[in-house]
Design a protein around this ligand. Structure first.
Ligand SMILES: *Cc1c(COP(=O)(O)O)cnc(C)c1O
Length: 239
């Protein structure tokens, strides 16, 4: 599930085609079109010199889980036109970086954070596409709204003009048990279906699946998979 520690454009291209092949096979095996699934590369901890190779190999969107690292890399690589995405739990005092540099944010999980982002986005004159994080595994170490808290939060987020809620996001249980992991993904899908039925027509996407579980996520309807180690190699640093 982990790719080689790529250190050339060719090696990044090889990892990229291997992951694309996994996505394609997973989609076809459940009767979905591979184009329905977007690959979002997760570049946290990877230094800028290697990221330039990854971009040259065709990765045009990159996701980071720390606001400072996102801001630094986005500034240093500004001329490349990368679409930057913020995926990690965000403290309200870090909204400035995300409002300024990110196009997309995958970990919205509170009213306070949404309101803080709205204020900064308005000041920056930007809009942010957001995915609302749900804690589908119930693990206390994981961020995200409890499933029962989602509906009224979506109603509030829909009133914030500079946030565009595009979908839901989750991290499944860190378990080898397919039924457990797929159950978490299936729960996110049913919450999405309920949101659409309740009138949130634009809440369509499901951001779920990583290097180790993307096949199960695609089988359960993922429209975005967030993949780090299969593209960049094993992370040595804690992330
Ligand atoms: C690191 C991370 C990923 C990618 O995990 P890999 O195992 O490297 O594919 C996906 N989503 C989030 C929120 C992450 O922090």
């Amino acid at each position: 599930m982990t790719g080689v520690l790529a250190n050339s454009v060719e090696e990044f291209a090889a990892n990229l085609s291997a992951v694309s092949a996994r996505i394609e096979a997973a989609a076809r095996s459940v009767g979905r079109q591979p184009e329905e699934v977007r690959l979002l590369p997760v570049s946290k901890t990877v230094p800028v010199d290697r990221l330039r190779m990854a971009v040259a190999a065709g990765m045009t969107q990159l996701a980071e889980n720390k606001a400072q690292e996102l801001a630094l890399k986005a500034s240093q690589m500004a001329e490349l036109g990368v679409r930057w995405c913020a995926i990690g739990h965000l403290q309200t005092n870090k909204v400035r970086e995300v409002a300024r540099y990110a196009t997309e944010f995958h970990a919205l999980d509170s009213t306070r954070l949404a309101d803080a982002l709205q204020r900064r986005l308005e000041a920056e004159g930007r809009v942010l596409e957001v995915f609302v994080q749900v804690n589908t595994s119930g693990e206390e170490t994981k961020s995200g709204l409890a499933p029962g808290e989602l509906a009224h939060h979506l109603d509030h987020f829909a009133t914030l003009p500079n946030l565009r809620v595009r979908g839901l996001m989750t991290l499944a249980a860190n378990s080898p048990d397919e039924a457990v992991v797929r159950g978490n993904f299936a729960l996110l899908r049913s919450l999405r279906d309920a949101a659409v039925a309740a009138g949130h027509q634009r809440v369509r996407e499901l951001s779920m699946g990583m290097s180790g579980d993307l096949e199960w996520a695609i089988a359960e309807g993922a429209t975005t998979v967030r993949v780090g180690q299969a593209l960049f190699g094993a992370r040595t640093a804690v992330a």
